[in-house]
Design a protein around this ligand. Structure first.
Ligand SMILES: Nc1ncnc2c1ncn2[C@@H]1O[C@H](COP(=O)(O)OP(=O)(O)OP(=O)(O)O)[C@@H](O)[C@H]1O
Ligand SMILES: [Mg+2]
Length: 187
């Protein structure tokens, strides 16, 4: 139909029991397609889904032909970086406000396209998320910033303040993050 699409295909993993492997493929594919669509309804840019094959573990979706935010952050100046981080915080807030967590929030799972940031890769996300899951989401993002963007860690603070500004329960999530990090430190 003249559209640019990509097919995300989950290939069988030989190290897993075949039954478990097949059932994981079905559930992750279903979960991903569902959450991509629900996130979009919340106003978070995500690719349009054209086709889903649960048994084959395949999703055909809109191709976002732009750079990963991971790479863009590296090549941006301070001001642009700030704007990108503010937008990341706003999008995660929108998602959490709508009860969805992403499950693998890293800047590799964000694409810059048509002047916006789009989120992809929702296979580990949840619906009806609680504060703990939201805290874990942000904690993972912090770790992603620490490993991928260690030279501009202040960016993560910009993400957080934008998140808090856009999400009424932001402060409660901050408390959760603190608990999660304290736990990590002593166990
Ligand atoms: N709709 C899309 N348009 C353009 N590129 C995409 C799209 N979806 C995925 N990609 C590219 O493919 C990569 C892998 O996709 P995705 O993150 O969904 O799968 P994954 O199995 O989690 O891979 P990984 O975690 O190893 O990055 C992305 O980082 C991105 O570069
Ligand atoms: Mg990914």
């Amino acid at each position: 139909m003249g559209r640019h699409v990509i097919m995300k295909s989950r290939v069988p993993k030989g190290y897993r029991h075949p039954d478990l492997d097949a059932s994981l493929r079905v559930s992750r594919t279903r979960n991903e397609a569902r959450l991509i669509q629900e996130a979009r309804r919340l106003g978070v840019p995500t690719p349009i889904i054209y086709d889903i094959d649960l048994i084959g573990g395949e999703i055909v979706m809109q191709e976002l032909s732009g750079p990963r935010v991971k790479d863009l952050l590296d090549s941006s100046d301070d001001e642009m970086r700030r704007e990108l981080c503010k937008e990341i915080g706003r999008l995660v807030a929108l998602l959490h406000q709508g009860g969805i967590t992403h499950g693998d929030l890293t800047t590799s799972n964000m694409i810059h396209y048509e002047g916006r940031i789009w989120l992809i890769d929702f296979s580990l996300g949840t619906k009806n998320a609680d504060l703990e899951e939201m805290g874990v989401d942000l904690h993972l993002l912090k770790e992603a910033f620490q490993s991928a963007h260690s030279s501009f860690l202040d960016c993560y603070d910009v993400v957080l303040s934008s998140y808090k500004k856009n999400f009424a329960k932001g402060d409660d999530v901050m408390k959760k993050i603190k608990q999660i990090e304290d736990r990590g430190r002593y166990t």
